[in-house]
Design a binder for this molecule. Sequence first.
Ligand code: LMR
Length: 400
Amino acid sequence: WWQSVEPAPKDPILGVTEAFLADPSPDKVNVGVGAYRDDNGKPVVLQSVREAERRIAGNLNMEYLPMGGSVKMVEETLKLAYGEHSEFIKDKRIAAVQSLSDFQKRFSPDSQIYIPDPTWANHHNIWRDAQVPQRTYHYYHPESKGLDFSALMDDIKVREADFDLLTKNAPNGSFFLLHACAHNPTGVDPSEEQWREISHQFKVKGHFAFFDMAYQGFASGDPDRDAKSIRIFLQDGHHIGISQSYAKNMGLYGQRVGCLSVLCEDEKQAVTVKSQLQQLARPMYSNPPVHGALVVSTILGDPELKKLWLKEVKVMADRIIGMRTMLRENLENLGSQLSWKHITDQIGMFCYSGMMPEQVDRLTKEFHIYMTRNGRISMAGINTSNVGYLANAINEVTKS
Ligand code: LMR
């Protein structure tokens, strides 16, 4: 039956975890997957989550959720992204469901998606599976290890008449994927002023902005402040889409809980769009899993628990910032001739180190350090016990 099936390539991110787990070395370090660890390198379950689970335990039944998922969870999640007192929520203009679907292909069949270069590796899989053609737009500037703002603006700005299939410039009315905050993998975000310019240009060109917000809270330590890019687009009157995730900021990785929302013209359109989002969910997974959604709605629906959660998000973000400083200091103290300023300039869970794939391979082979071959370091995997070892290894493989 299956003779013609070829082995699938290893996943560039999750494959790193598989290789790490298979390595028996006691020295091994995993800075591959973006998953938070404490200073002992252990996974963390937030206290707010534990307390929510305690409260849920006695009251939980195992009924199906609706196709659109938990209504309460979705309500609270929209407040986080669109703002606690958002008029769009009040006017019921947002079509939102728990989880993901391929809406774009079905209702805008000729569209393509513009994805930043680079981006989270799985974005390519998601749009490939939805059969939406992908193009990239400039984002990262390798020399400065920061944002290539002028190239990014050029890509979104050029007039339709200038559109040339051989360049990366986008025709009017294109779909763009934007990382709302803490860009993965680069750790480089536009400034507030730059977001304003991007939003303005999107307006001029009639582009549609779809935000991936997987790290809300990890950029500044404050989820509300991290929604700044979205709020700017809302102020400018864009009809945006957002996918939000609680994998990182509530540490609910394996629970797979998130929310997909689309801001519509009015309530009637939102009801229509939501009905189609649910229709997409039905053949894929029918309705989403319930436990994570209950944890989220319990936390966000209780002012005390929400306060505790916000504190815990800040603790995670601050520990990562501390590790940035330590990694940079260690490299400088070792006398590295390279600049490591970008380690502390970049934000969120990742450092886009600038190391080449061959240098990453040496880290793995010689030092049992596991990370993605694009040089991305998950700062959350660093702690006070392994930072010296990691810095020494990085220094060794980057010596000319
Ligand atoms: C990552 O980028 O490491 C995470 O988002 C985990 C994943 O699924 O890739």
